[in-house]
Design a protein around this ligand. Structure first.
Ligand SMILES: O=C(O)c1ccc[n+]([C@@H]2O[C@H](COP(=O)([O-])O)[C@@H](O)[C@H]2O)c1
Ligand SMILES: Cc1cc2nc[nH]c2cc1C
Length: 345
């Protein structure tokens, strides 16, 4: 399960890309973050005319043992499966935004506590019917964790082989903000209380209870490696996203990072190989309170901040047109020379 990730650093190409950006008909730097995105994608694709091919969002769904009790999640566990049906029927926010922006969408059963056996339009990758409750035992075995990572990686390879070069990940899993908070505490060394937030809408008192339950869980374990932390606190959807992120970087795809839970999966990938960051664009700042601290830990700025906290990959789908703008200006804007305009003295 080794991923061979190369750094995108390339001084000669970077100079060429920067010169192409700087000679467009605009004051130097005037397209701000769009210029940074064009440069990054040029370096990722190793070319001066980067292009976006078959943008795709993979949404991984999984259930969490702890969510059965309802102590840390306002919505019941059944909502995970119900939302998967909503994705399949095209009625969820991620369906609407992907359709709007011509993004392909794939839904994956990573480990929902429901049988989708007869259902089409879903990728069957179930590891188990939900994780175990980490209040009693680690969420999954090391073997299940490794299988999840491999499946996530395999799905990315398939998508890449179909011609995709820009990919985003989303998730659905009642209770998964708890997993993400525990992983955040492990990797960023913030206290659990600093990592826990309202998830799908807990009020202040209930957040205090969530903090105390998860602090106790955190103190029960001493994971010795990133993979052990993932197996102990993770969800199947989170582990698949970790594998998917690592494989996407290995394949030199541009990776669009969504909200709190997807960034938690990235924290694991980053601990395994920090070069993954070269390939990542951070789509949005989630309203979930720990997300900003995660972004600070990784030293990243998100493209947009709309107060969203839905998950599903919706931040990615909404921010995608910004990336299209970056690639469009790079390929289609005139230069001072081609337009016959005088540059600065
Ligand atoms: O992506 C985010 O930043 C985000 C923030 C808060 C909640 N969510 C979504 O809400 C669900 C988990 O919330 P909870 O309260 O059940 O832990 C899960 O399906 C996530 O997709 C997602
Ligand atoms: C309705 C609903 C939709 C979601 N989408 C992602 N997480 C979600 C959680 C709930 C509760």
């Amino acid at each position: 399960m080794n991923f061979a990730i190369e750094s995108i650093s390339n001084d000669i190409l970077e100079k060429k890309l920067q010169s192409k950006i700087d000679t467009k008909t605009k004051p130097v730097g005037a397209l701000g973050v769009l210029e940074k995105i064009a440069l990054q994608i040029g370096l990722i694709q190793n070319k001066e005319n980067p292009e976006l091919k078959q943008p795709t969002v993979l949404v991984f769904a999984g259930d969490h043992g702890i969510a059965k009790k309802g102590e840390v999640n306002p919505y019941p566990q059944e909502v995970t499966a119900q939302m998967v049906y909503n994705f399949i029927n095209g009625g969820a926010a991620i369906n609407v935004f992907c359709k709007q922006n011509n993004i392909a969408l794939k839904i994956i059963d990573a480990g929902v506590n429901h049988d989708f056996k007869e259902i089409e339009n879903i990728i069957h990758a179930k590891i188990s019917y939900g994780t175990k409750n980490y209040q009693d035992t680690p969420a999954m075995t090391q073997k299940q964790c490794a299988t999840s990572i491999k499946k996530g990686a395999h799905l990315v390879t398939e998508t890449y082989n179909n011609g995709c070069n820009i990919i985003g990940f989303g998730e659905m899993g009642i209770g998964n903000t708890s997993s993400a908070s525990l992983l955040m505490a492990y990797f960023t060394k913030n206290t659990v209380a600093e990592c826990v937030g309202s998830g799908t809408g807990l009020q202040t008192e209930a957040i205090t209870v969530k903090k105390s339950i998860l602090s106790k869980v955190f103190d029960t374990y001493t994971p010795a490696s990133p993979l052990e932390a993932l197996a102990t606190f993770g969800g199947f959807e989170i582990a698949m996203i970790t594998g998917a992120i690592l494989k996407s970087a290995e394949l030199k795809m541009t990776i669009l990072i969504d909200g709190f839970i997807v960034t938690a999966a990235l924290l694991v990938a980053h601990a395994i190989d920090n070069k993954v960051l070269d390939y990542c664009i951070f789509a949005h700042a989630s309203e979930e309170q720990g997300h900003q601290k995660m972004l600070d830990f990784l030293g990243q700025k998100p493209l947009i901040n709309l107060g969203m906290r839905l998950g599903e990959g919706t931040g990615v789908a909404v921010a995608y047109p910004i990336i299209e703008s970056a690639i469009n200006f790079m390929n289609n804007m005139a230069s001072f020379e081609s337009a016959g305009i005088s540059g600065s003295e």
